[in-house]
Design a binder for this molecule. Structure first.
Ligand code: G1P
Length: 297
């Protein structure tokens, strides 16, 4: 039995159409959240949980992602010459973070298809999947709990968040049974992006998964579902109802701070929320924000 999970898979092949024209020539994962690309928060979260082997599933137009996690010797040389250690440290932060690997998705056939592209790299061991649109506040650890539940229950684990019922159509929704741990549930069924009236609950899958390798066997035969895409949720549904052969699926309920950067409005909110808490920006931003909001109707 595996006691230590080290691999994280980060799908990053989406086209980012919600952010055009910003994403015309740049991957949406590189959009800055305050002063760091969104994707760097996600890689930092993986590394903080001990997942130092990171496989990114990329696509066309994604060279900037690889460059961001690689050295940039010309810039480093200039900063060294100037003696600018602070900025040099910022440049090196993402270079030394993780052991990065890349594979391309080719056809954008859905999240399930993207995850299946990780099969060769992952092999037959449990691994995590982190979706770039969700940023989990570093002060509210989630992955640690998911990894330890995966190991003790020898199952697949998804992160769940209670959302307003009017929002459930944006997520995978879970039917659940309680366990002896108030933060852990057994998943009895999953539906991808149901209408509010068809949703089994208002527990939404947020973009964190710790999966058993059996998910690859299931994804090999998963048919296109919602939006005519191969859905990870559909593969997990099959696993949830076949615990004997696949290990089943559990959920860890997240009650901390999560920032969605997947659409423009949430992205703006995420930047403000993260910036007000920053030591270097919050002191000036907070009073300004108060004054600014008092001018609003
Ligand atoms: C994906 C998954 C969905 C999940 C969501 C979390 O959807 O398919 O089940 O709830 O991520 O962010 P997407 O937002 O990529 O359409």
């Amino acid at each position: 039995m595996v006691t230590h999970i080290t691999k994280a898979v980060i799908p990053a092949a989406g086209m980012g159409t919600r952010f055009l024209p910003a994403t015309k020539a740049m991957p949406k994962e590189m959009l800055p959240v305050v002063d760091k690309p969104a994707i760097q928060y996600v890689v930092e979260e993986a590394v903080a949980a001990g997942l130092t082997d990171v496989l990114m599933i990329t696509g066309r137009n994604k060279n900037a992602l690889e460059n961001h996690f690689d050295r940039v010797t010309e810039l480093e040389a200039v900063l060294i010459q100037k003696g600018d250690r602070d900025r040099l440290a910022k440049v090196n932060e993402s270079t030394d973070l993780a052991d990065m690997h890349y594979v391309r998705q080719g056809d954008p056939l859905g999240l399930g298809h993207a995850v299946l592209r990780a099969k060769m790299h992952v092999g037959r061991e449990p691994f995590a999947v982190l979706l770039g649109d969700d940023i989990i506040d570093a002060r509210d650890p989630l992955l640690d709990k998911m990894l330890s539940e995966q190991i003790t229950r020898n199952t697949s684990v998804v992160a769940l968040l209670e959302v307003d019922p009017s929002q459930i159509h944006l997520y995978g929704a879970a039917a659940i049974e309680k366990t002896d741990d108030p933060d852990v549930v057994r998943i009895t069924g999953l539906v991808e992006k149901p209408a509010a009236e068809d949703a089994p609950s208002n527990l939404a899958i947020i973009g964190r998964y710790v999966l058993r390798p059996e998910v690859f066997d299931v994804l090999e035969h998963t048919k296109p579902g919602k939006g005519n895409e191969i859905q990870l949720t559909d593969a997990l549904q099959e696993m949830a109802v076949n615990p004997e052969t696949t290990g089943g699926v559990y959920g860890v309920i997240f009650r901390g701070r999560r920032y969605d950067t997947g659409d423009r409005l949430d992205y703006i909110k995420a930047i403000i929320q993260l910036a007000v808490d920053r030591d270097d920006l919050g002191v000036e931003l907070r009073p300004w924000l108060k004054e600014f909001t008092s001018t609003l109707e």
